[in-house]
Design a protein around this ligand. Sequence first.
Ligand code: FES
Length: 257
Amino acid sequence: MSHLTNLTLKVWRQNGPQDAGSFETHVIDQISDEASFLELLDVLNERLITEGKEAVVFDHDCREGICGTCSLMINGVAHGPKRATTTCQLHMRSFSSGDTIVIEPWRATAFPVIKDLMVDRSAFDRIVEAGGYITAPTGGAPDANLIPIPKPVADAAMDSAQCIGCGACVAACPNGAANLFTGAKIAHLNLLPQGQAERFKRTEAMVETMDEFFGSCTNHGECSAACPKEISIDVIALMNKDYRSSKFKNRKELSRG
Ligand code: FES
């Protein structure tokens, strides 16, 4: 184990959505290269509290890369310099002594800053509420082999289900689009037999809710590159295909009464 010394942190401080906000500079004298990025912020906050100052507000929960709450722009990159890694799984060994690290919240119109590094991601909840579920009586657990699913289909659905809803895709997108998130949430249900009954209603409702809050996709691909779960941009193609079909199928169903 070694230590990094003299890290300069430029941390975004913002006292609520209406505040203009600004960077605050702090120097961390010494930290283990085994510390996680969130532990770096813990160290900073302990010092601020000891000095009678207000701690930096940031989101976190599992600290294991599964909940999706940690959400920081680190040196201008969503979740920092390590590919396929959430902020909580990023360690100080990815940096060097003497580095300056710029720490900001997600920058997206649909994710207003609540305070400091914490943003409001409830626009994602609105998309999921619009159709990110199946309607079925739960009952007891059915036999796993009751509905045969081809392995490639199951794999593709599970790959999409890896989305942890962190919002890095939106933060990385120059348009602030949420197509990767919405595509992943749609794909993991639309690919499976259990998701077929509501497939086109779900797709239409989720895509149109997404459009209310987020920008439009112009295929930059930054979303997929920033995604800590490496969700493929293919989910966007599937979503667009199903959205187009939904416009015919849902209207046809309506006209049948
Ligand atoms: S804190 Fe849960 S994914 Fe980072």
